[in-house]
Design a binder for this molecule. Sequence first.
Ligand SMILES: [Zn+2]
Ligand SMILES: [Zn+2]
Length: 200
Amino acid sequence: MSPNLLVLEPSSLSSMEELRKVLQERGLAVSNLPGKGRCLLANKDFSPGDAILRQEPYVCVPNNSAEPRCDGCFASGNLKKCSACQVVWYCGSSCQTLEWKSHRLECSVLAKLENDKRKCVTPSVRLMVKLYVKRKLQSDKIIPATSIDNYNLVEELVSHIKDLDEKQLVLYAQMANLVNLILQWSDINIKEIAENFCKV
Ligand SMILES: [Zn+2]
Ligand SMILES: [Zn+2]
């Protein structure tokens, strides 16, 4: 495991406070500056070349709108579609095997979709589906959560919903509706999904 990643017991996870503690140990503080919004301030001197913070995205998907890309390594060319869901592409069995733990649940919900709806699964819609799938997998402890890799941090993001025009809000509502239709989980609702679209 990378020394940069601090794995904490799930019971000790409490989103921002936990993150603040981890950042403090690295000489960083979360702050709010007028006119700039939420930001990181350095509490110590860093030298050129120092890695200040390394964080993987909570979820990511390749932008497949121009050409298919592998879901594991984002490579293009010579790809095969996941035969079960017919949505996700892989360059080979090694990427498919590596991704299976997180794709398995997503695959089962995508596979249930009717063909015309499946065509509407854009990268943005998939990103949101993957976000909820990862939240579920972490809460079911199928994949581990860490202090800098947990859903609470997504929840802490600022939504900027007030800055959006009506056209954008309608689009997000439609996308949220599709995500809700794909997942059909009782613990999520369209409003919450739409708010998340305003965050990512
Ligand atoms: Zn690949
Ligand atoms: Zn699949």
